[in-house]
Each structure stands twice: as C-alpha cells, then as structure tokens.
Design a protein around this ligand. Sequence first.
Ligand SMILES: Cc1cc2nc3c(=O)[nH]c(=O)nc-3n(C[C@H](O)[C@H](O)[C@H](O)COP(=O)(O)OP(=O)(O)OC[C@H]3O[C@@H](n4cnc5c(N)ncnc54)[C@H](O)[C@@H]3O)c2cc1C
Length: 425
Amino acid sequence: MKNNNLLEVPNINSKDAKFKELIYNVDASLFNEENYSKKEYEYLCICSGGTTSSCAKKGFTTLDLRKNYNKIHLDRESNIATIGGGVLMGDLINHLQKYNRSFPIGLSKLPGAGYILTGGVSPLSRAYGLAIDNIKSIKGFLGNGTFISLRENQISPEKQLIWEAIKGAAPFFSIITEIELKTIQSNPIKVIEGFVNLNELSEIIKISEEFPENISLQWIYAQKIYIYILAELKNNLEDKRTEEYLMLLDKFPALEKQFYGNYNKINFFPKELDLYELNGNNHSEVLSLLGEDLENDIPFFIKCLKEIMESRPNNSCYVASQQMGCKTKKLNCGSSFFVHRNSTWKPWIYASWKKNDLQERKIVMDWMYKSWSELKRFYPNIHLAQLHNHLNSHEEEIRLAFGNRIDELKTLKNIFDPKSILPPL
Ligand SMILES: Cc1cc2nc3c(=O)[nH]c(=O)nc-3n(C[C@H](O)[C@H](O)[C@H](O)COP(=O)(O)OP(=O)(O)OC[C@H]3O[C@@H](n4cnc5c(N)ncnc54)[C@H](O)[C@@H]3O)c2cc1C
C-alpha cells in the first residue's frame, strides 16, 4: 500500500480520509488510552470490508483487519466455517463453493465481517435467517482489552448479555477477530429480473408479501426501477410450488427468467442502472430502515416513493429495498440485539453528492432526512448497518435500531469499553 495515509477501500468517503495511523494487529498497545485520548472524541476505526464511511476518518487511527485476520476454513465434517474478522463475504462464498456449500451473504460480495456483526440481511434470509442467526462462536477483544471467546449453548449466565449484544451491536464494544458460522448446502437459484414501472412494482410487492420462504423480492429505484425475485430450488416437491408462485409473474413482459447454478454466480445491481456506488468522484451516506408488510398501504407507499424520487437532488441518489420475513422473524435462534424481528422489509436510502461540494452535500442530506421522515410511517425502525456517529441523526438511529435494549447496550459499553476507544453510542 502507498504510504500516503489513504486506505484502499471500496467506500470513497473512507478512501479519501487522511487517517492518522494504520494498525494491522490487535495487541495490548491497542487498548492504551493514550493512543486516543489526545482529543476527547477520538476513537479507533475498524476496517473489515471497508464499505462504510466509518472505517477511516481524518485524523483517526484505523485497525485494518483485512491483512492479518483473513483466514477461511471449512470443517468438512461439521460444515462449520471459521473466518477471520477481516474476511470479505465474496471470499467466504467463493471458498465455500469449492465444497458445494454457501452462506446467506447480502446483495454484494464486497462487505466484510461488518455485514455479519450488524445483522446481515440476505436474499436467502427468509429461509436461513439473518447472518447473526448463523454464528456458532466468536473470538475477539472487548474495548477494555479483555480477550473473549464465546460459543453457542456454552455461554455462562454472566456472559449471556455480551453474546446477545455481539449479534447486532458488536462494533460498539468489541473487536471480533474470529467467527464460526453455520454454512448451507449450495443450491441452484432461479432469478426473475428486469425493469418495471411503478404500477408493476406495486403489483409485484403485493404478490411478494405472500411468497414462501425460499422466494424473496429485492428492488432498486434509481433512474429506473429494477427488480430481482430470487427463488432457491431445493427439491422437486418444493420446486413445483415455487413454479406456481413464479407463474404469477408471467404477466410482466419485461421480466426475464435466469437460472444460476449457485448463489455465488448472481451479480445484483446491473450495469444499466448506472449506479454511483463506487464512483470515485462521489461521497455518500446510506440509511437502512425496517418495517412490516405494507398490505393495504401499498398504494400510499408507491405514491410516497414517487414523490421521493421526483424530488431527488441528483441522478446518483436512489431508494431500494430487500425482503425479509419467515425465518428472520423466528426467535428460536437465540436472543440478539437485532430487536425488530417483526420486520419484513429493509429499504435503504442512498444519498450521494460530488465530493468536496458542500452545498450539494447539504441538499442531498436534507433530501435523505426528508425521505426518511416520509418513509417512517411505513418503516419506523432502523437497521444499523452503517454507523453514523459523525451525523446528527446518530442518536435517533441508535434509539430506533436497538429499541428497548438500548439501556443494556449502554451498560455494556460503560463496562467493557469504559474509555470509549470504539465508536461512540
Ligand atoms: C454494495 C453494498 C451492498 C450491501 N448489501 C447488504 C445486504 O444485502 N444486506 C445487509 O444486511 N447489508 C448490506 N450492506 C451493508 C453492509 O453489510 C454493512 O454496511 C456492513 O456494516 C459493512 O461491513 P464492512 O465490514 O464491509 O464495513 P467496514 O466499513 O469495514 O466496517 C463497518 C464498521 O463495522 C464495524 N466492524 C467491522 N468489522 C468488525 C469486526 N471484525 N469487529 C468489530 N467491529 C467491526 C466497525 O465499527 C466498522 O467501522 C451492503 C453494503 C454495500 C456497500
């Protein structure tokens, strides 16, 4: 890496941030408060996949886990995968595919362990739960420097709260260096995809709210609307039922059926959408929401979405959504800090502006907050997939993400990260 204090990461805000120092190892010196106490607010940034605006900040130290915590191992007997805290989701599923196994990663192969630790919503989650529901064990360090090693079904009562909080709120009080994950059989996937108009989106959302657990809808509304309906094919009996549901989509002429040998082979977000996600000239923020089925509110939601898109300040901003539900609603995988288990939709607002154009940034961020306030009546909660402690909305986001567990999280933070060397709550 060039020694110019810039980090090679996918997120452009972080890529452009002149960090203070780069660290690759988790050792005792990391927890020495003198490293961070020079400025009252300074803390350690953690980088795993480097896809968020919080893995590197101007004047802050970054712990880059990608170099020394990137091992992936699959135990062939138990089918449990052990991964380092700096493993990318694409590398994970590429490794697993060699053994015909997979993992419910999200819509992109770029995110790192942050995807897993913040919940992890996959197009396969309706059948296999959130990423956190598939964690078997973790190793790492609390913010006070204490080593922790926790394993499902072997948690002592005094560690129970830490275990639950690792699943959904780990970044606030811990650095996770190793995770064991349940893997899944890699099955063929049928995708129905293509451009649709708003009326068609409305009809398709209605159809999708009746989908069985092996089918999910994801849509993205940028310049145009693109949808993906993903169906995992498992066995002949279920596949017949799947075909019956997919036949309901035959009436949308622009949609095409594609068959993929496995989940790895799918690339979401087609080039034709001209997304600005990785455009080096732009900076961005993303806000992820959570809510339940729209049911009779679909027409009101579509009207609201239309207004939001008509008022978007530039072509790089968009709104998208992915479907949850079925297994993500189940609590039998153990309590966690992903508290909004009743959610069936996770929309997100992507706000982007020409970097260094502070005037445009203000207009775009105002649009993001206005759109959020309008979408709140459909999606009242937050999926804290991105940490926004550099934004004014942070406190409200935290409250809407952790609900009635916020006080427990604050207590854990006070006890296990007393000097606040990790991102603030
Ligand atoms: C293109 C794209 C598609 C996405 N699709 C989905 C999706 O389908 N479903 C979904 O749920 N999310 C999705 N996300 C969101 C993404 O999963 C989250 O933003 C996630 O937090 C990113 O993790 P990262 O490791 O890549 O990010 P980083 O920027 O490297 O890390 C983000 C923060 O997470 C914390 N963190 C990361 N690793 C560790 C660790 N080992 N120990 C402690 N703290 C850690 C740190 O506080 C860090 O600053 C998507 C993001 C992108 C860019």
